[in-house]
Design a protein around this ligand. Structure first.
Ligand SMILES: Cc1ncc(COP(=O)(O)O)c(C=O)c1O
Length: 468
């Protein structure tokens, strides 16, 4: 389904995706889609770490992002265990707040930030600066200055302008930052497909094919105030297919060999980026961190052997795979409306629109990426038949869809709580105030207790910015 500017009637409505089948039990949870400590309690309502969602809604209101803290911590540990000698950078763009910085720091992860705001959040939560990698295609002088003054561990340089800026700033300060060169390898990977292209038409990094990546590496090697530690590549998002990593590792290690041959320097590090997929719906089957580690090591080992390079110290940057599955969004249903959508498909004759009290302001991914999600009625179990429904928000856009297609019980009604899993990554971090809707809070639940870690925005917050 693609939202259409002209309205829903112009979108392809009336059918359900082939992977979505009517469930035998509309109350059953598919465990892979939910945080590890979520289950239906004896009263039929969802509970997270033993705390019922009705209690969460009563205390914090809806919509609310609910973080299963032990789930997030266990995913950090899974990555640490799978990559014990490598560095695992949590990609903070997926979701960042001080409590999460502390959690990932305690679990032994590094942190990837890409703006001054993310850096400020990390530093204010006590993240050791040497465990921070600073990304971004347009880092300002102020941001680079702050990064140098804080002593961040790695700066991933992205342009010749940045190399000049960084060189001048480092010289002024008498410091020697450790840098990686972000290489655009001409591989684009999303979900089950990847494309290897000859040219690299995007804003990130230095082109490999055009020679800019090699030139950037040589320029840095010529600057005594910069320490070139290695190369970096990041090829996409929600990736399930390791072939894209194989092509990117081959290309980036070929550059590593070119640098060795030209300058006699073997760079000691290689960062393969993030992008590891998670299960949003039953159509997704992500690899475990152990599988990923095995595959990535095999790829790097064989490419290094082919280039006669020593295997560099590896790092990865998972964001979504750590925080995405640890969170669900809890909404309250406001209206339920059946509409006639014409002929054909399961929705022939009608589709049920279930409107919740949030929408594209707290989850833009459906509208932006045509993302698929699942949902369940969370406040009770139902004995009603499954009914194909669409969960929509309260915004003034017909494309304001949270869950395009899901089977909900036919008796779903105003006042029910609906939970949407897999919303930890790129939902709160991409949230907006569209239609002057204040952004929802984030509540961390552990051992049956809820803790507010990001408070709800208020209308006062919105008006406080409006100084005209
Ligand atoms: C350089 C870099 N590293 C890591 C990530 C994290 O990706 P994901 O959250 O899909 O793992 C991104 C996402 O855009 C990125 O640009």
């Amino acid at each position: 389904m693609r939202a259409h500017e002209a309205g829903a009637l112009h979108g392809d409505i009336g059918s359900r995706p082939p992977w979505l089948r009517p469930p035998g039990d509309v109350n059953a949870l598919v465990p892979e889609l939910w945080p590890r400590n979520v289950a239906r309690a004896a009263d039929g309502a969802l509970a997270v770490a033993g705390l019922g969602v009705r209690d969460i809604a009563a205390e914090f209101g809806t919509p609310v992002y609910v973080l299963d803290e032990d789930d997030l911590r266990s995913r950090c540990r899974d990555f640490r265990a799978a990559f014990p000698t490598e560095d695992v950078y949590y990609a903070g763009k997926a979701f960042l707040c001080r409590a999460v910085v502390r959690m990932i720091a305690e679990e032994g992860l590094h942190l990837d930030v890409c703006t001054g705001g993310e850096l400020a959040t990390a530093l204010s939560a006590g993240m050791p600066a040497e465990r921070i990698g600073f990304h971004g295609n347009n880092k300002s002088v102020a941001e680079l200055t702050r990064a140098l003054d804080a002593g961040v561990g790695r700066i991933i340089v992205d342009s010749f302008t940045e190399i000049d800026r960084l060189t001048a700033l480092a010289r002024e300060r008498g410091v020697r930052p450790r840098v990686l060169v972000r290489v655009t390898v001409g591989v684009e990977a999303h979900t089950h497909e990847f494309i290897a292209t000859a040219h690299e038409d995007q804003k990130f990094g230095f082109s490999l094919a055009g020679g800019a990546a090699a030139a950037a590496a040589f320029k840095i090697l010529d600057e005594d105030v910069l320490e070139l530690r290695g190369l970096h590549s990041h090829i996409g998002s929600q990736i399930f297919d390791a072939n894209g990593f194989e092509v990117s590792a081959r290309r980036v290690l070929a550059l590593q060999a070119q640098i060795r041959d030209a300058r006699g320097v073997e760079l000691p590090e290689l960062d393969l980026g993030g992008g590891f997929g998670i299960a949003y719906t039953t159509q997704d089957d992500p690899a475990t961190p152990q599988d990923l580690a095995k595959r990535l090591r095999k790829i790097v080992d064989s490419e290094c052997a082919a280039e006669r390079l020593a295997v560099p110290h590896l790092s990865i940057e998972p964001g979504r795979a750590i925080v995405g599955p640890a969170v669900f969004t809890l909404y309250e249903v406001g209206t339920v409306k059946s509409v006639l959508v014409g002929t054909g498909g399961d929705a022939a004759g009608g589709r049920c629109y279930v409107s919740v009290d949030g929408g594209m302001s707290d989850n833009i991914r459906t509208a932006l990426y045509d993302a698929s999600y699942s949902a369940t009625v969370a406040s009770r179990a139902s004995a009603a038949e499954p009914m194909l429904a669409r969960v929509v928000g309260k915004h003034c856009e017909s494309g304001d869809i949270v869950v395009k297609d899901e089977f909900l019980p036919a008796d779903v009604q105003p006042g029910d709580l609906v939970a949407v899993p897999g919303t930890g990554a790129y939902c709160r971090s991409m949230a907006s105030n569209y239609n002057h809707v204040p952004r929802p809070p984030v509540v961390a639940v552990r051992d049956g207790r809820a803790r507010l870690i990001v408070r709800r925005e208020t209308e006062e917050d919105l008006l406080a910015l409006d100084v005209g």
